[in-house]
Design a protein around this ligand. Sequence first.
Ligand code: DHB
Ligand code: FE
Length: 280
Amino acid sequence: MAKIFSGMGTSHIPAVGAAIDHGKQGEDYWQDYFKGLEPARTWHAQNRPDVVIIVYNDHASAFSLEQISTFTIGVSNKFLPADEGYGPRKVPVVQGHPALAWHLVESLVLDEFDMAISNNMPVDHGLTVPLSVAYDTPEEWPVKVIPLCVNVIQYPQPTAKRCHDLGVAIRKAIHSYGEDINVSIWGTGGLSHQLQGERAGVINAEFDTVFMDNLVADPIANTKLTHADFIREAGSEGIEMIMWNIMRGAMAPKVEELYRFYHVPVSNTAYGLQILKDSE
Ligand code: DHB
Ligand code: FE
């Protein structure tokens, strides 16, 4: 039987990918940030699952506004880094896990989560930056990846509660997969940020901290946040935080927080990272 190995929340800020790709990790602006990642990177080097489900959003790279699916699972055996305007990031091709991905699709649809299925999608910074956060610059990514893409960019996005409930169903699906493998799940995006309009640059450390505290001790509180709550408190792109709820729903009711790192600003965004492990 497959089991949940760990969970992680991390922002997926593209400037982090650019700093890594261009060898800027030691520069003044970045030093403190990358120092804060070190314990997470050490943990990931010593604790390696077989597969990671990366919950992320596409930023109009694979999908345009012509095709919007609320939840999409990538079932192919590889995913190429997307060209986001400056050519694709020079990072390894992401290796998929079609057997587990199809099992997830079947189990989730039979549990009434009507997932869209993608046989071919390039993956943008939403997915590749978290891999760089965890693993830096390897020749090959050390884990297989199942991309789970969530629509957070076009209203109506799924609710915070629906995302948590999807996570609970993902946990059930993993536990009914026959092979003895370890599966981690990462929720990406956020934390508070707004990239456009009069409030561009919004950062709300208090809201972000309460959200991360609740992910550990009271995850149901985070399912009660409305879209308006996210926009008001965390800026127009803060809605990406609902993807952390999918990760949390897939963890046990009680979790232990192994590491937390919060750093502002990164680019004009709040960066957060949290590693969780089931307590029971
Ligand atoms: C930026 C883009 C993102 O998708 C995100 O989640 C955070 C920051 C940016 O362009 O700075
Ligand atoms: Fe984003």
